[in-house]
Design a protein around this ligand. Structure first.
Ligand code: TYD
Ligand code: MG
Length: 470
């Protein structure tokens, strides 16, 4: 095999000098494609490999003596986006923004560039996906005076042309929408293939770092939520953001899974409206106001990163006609539901054996933390018994109106992070006592086990036989 060829897997990106029918990396068949080996770099790192003696002697130094200028930030003036980024865009950084088609990636980046432009920052919007006219039509939807209409746009897919434009126009912030549509001439694969995406990102990154351009690479995700093809990109970039939500619902969540310049704990909430994306700052108030008093509805005091949020968890338990009853979740992990149902059965005598169970976090929000277990358990138990459990409207004075806590396999209620913030959020929205694990402090109505929590939430006299489970 000529030394100038390398084989690269189109599924996982593995590179191998030899061709294999089955990829040694991911096990996929017939995915290795021959590519030209990139020319070895003659300066810098590879030069040292040729002759150790030729490499100049370097010396290390204590970290304290390493000069580190404070990180400068460019504000997009979209509070939720800035917060998720760790305080704004860092010049020279590379941000990957993933999300399924139609979720609002182009809208969000258009709006951010518009604001930056209005603040005097040089911007460039590279659209490989849509024509300049289509980009304009979107910007028009943001309003006749939208600053997004002033942003310079380049509709192009050829990487060399794009790099030349970036060099010539020297933007401070550049959006590439999307990385999967660009084409690097020196790469054989089709746009969007692993080799192409990697090459495109690497070349853009080299230029961005050299010129101090902050670049937002937009990327599509596959059905199961992974950034299509290029997991490789996640290692390359400084920050990985995901824009999530359901297209049919207005709420959109911006999450961060990697951030070299900030926390990965943050999440931002938006709503897609007629005039673009609007930040949702009073999410708790909305969810509490919309929450019902019906059996099966429970308010959960959850954490969205470092922010407390009150959400409504709803459950429906109905007799099933299927041999294997349905377990359907939305906004939660399916395995967590299975676990909670098993704990309910084993440690609180609440069985759902032959019934279909549906659990939904209202509003299309995703709850991704163990503190949701108790809310799921109480919602399911309330749905089975047909009585309102804890609810925002509440019953008697001092009756619990919200909850949080993780369930252990032995039926105990376990401490979860930031109890004080959760309690404060509930109090702020007028939800008195909150059922919480031991050690939560404050005005929590503490319960040590699921059984104790159930009797606090479902006062004994109101119990009815479990019809659905019977
Ligand atoms: P878009 O940003 O194009 O999504 P993506 O780039 O992630 O594929 O926007 C998607 C949807 O948002 C589209 O169906 C239209 C809708 N939308 C609004 O509802 N209001 C608006 O002001 C804009 C600009 C878009
Ligand atoms: Mg788009």
């Amino acid at each position: 095999m000529p030394r100038s060829t390398i084989h690269s897997c189109s599924e996982c990106g593995l590179q191998s000098a030899q061709w294999h029918g089955q990829c040694p990396g991911c096990g996929a068949w017939n995915t290795l494609v021959a590519q030209a080996r990139p020319p070895a770099r003659t300066e810098g790192r590879s030069a040292g490999a040729r002759g150790r003696g030729a490499r100049p002697r370097l010396s290390s130094r204590p970290l304290r003596e390493v000069g580190a200028a404070p990180v400068r930030r460019l504000s997009t003036q979209i509070g939720e986006l800035d917060r998720v980024l760790g305080g704004g865009l860092v010049p020279g950084s590379l941000v990957l923004l993933g999300g399924s088609p139609g979720i609002g990636k182009s809208t969000l980046t258009n709006m951010a560039l518009g604001n930056l432009h209005a603040a005097g920052v040089r911007t460039l919007y590279v659209s490989g996906e849509e024509s300049a006219e289509q980009v304009r039509l979107r910007a028009e939807r943001l309003g006749p005076d939208a600053s997004a209409l002033e942003v310079p746009v380049l509709a192009e897919t050829d990487l060399d042309a794009i790099l030349q434009t970036i060099e010539a126009e020297a933007p401070e912030v550049c959006v590439v929408d999307s990385v999967q549509t660009l084409n690097a001439a020196e790469c054989s694969g089709a746009p969007g293939s692993v080799g192409q995406v990697r090459e495109v990102a690497a070349q853009i990154m080299a230029l961005a770092k050299a010129r101090g351009v902050a670049v937002i690479l937009v990327g599509h995700v596959t059905k199961d939520g992974a950034l299509a093809g290029p997991r490789v990109l996640e290692h390359l970039v400084d920050c990985v953001l995901q824009f999530e939500g359901e297209r049919e619902r207005p709420y959109r969540e911006l999450r961060v899974s990697k951030n070299r310049f900030g926390s990965t704990n943050e999440a931002g909430l938006f709503e897609m409206r007629q005039g673009g994306l609007v930040e949702v700052l009073d999410a708790s108030a909305r969810f509490v106001a919309e929450a019902t008093r019906s059996p099966g509805s429970v308010v959960l005091a959850t954490m969205e990163g470092s922010r407390p949020l009150l959400v409504e968890v709803q459950a429906l338990v109905a007799p099933s006609e299927l041999e294997q009853p349905r377990r359907v979740v939305s906004g939660l992990d399916r395995n967590r539901l299975a676990l909670v149902l098993a704990i309910l059965h084993r440690h609180a005598g609440v069985g759902t054996g032959g019934a279909d169970v549906f659990v939904n976090v209202v509003g299309g929000v995703r709850v991704d933390e163990p503190g949701c277990d108790l809310a799921v358990a109480l919602a399911v138990a309330g749905a089975i018994r047909g009585v309102p459990t804890i609810s925002p409207a509440g019953g008697a004075d001092g009756a619990p109106r919200a909850c949080f806590g993780e369930l252990g396999l032995t039926g105990e209620l376990r401490w979860v992070g930031h109890p004080e913030r959760r309690l404060a959020e509930a109090a702020k929205h007028g939800l008195g006592a909150v059922i919480a694990p031991p050690g939560s402090g404050g005005q929590a109505c503490e319960a040590r086990t699921l059984r104790e929590a159930l009797s606090a939430a479902l006062p004994g006299g109101q119990r009815r036989p479990a019809r659905a489970a019977a």
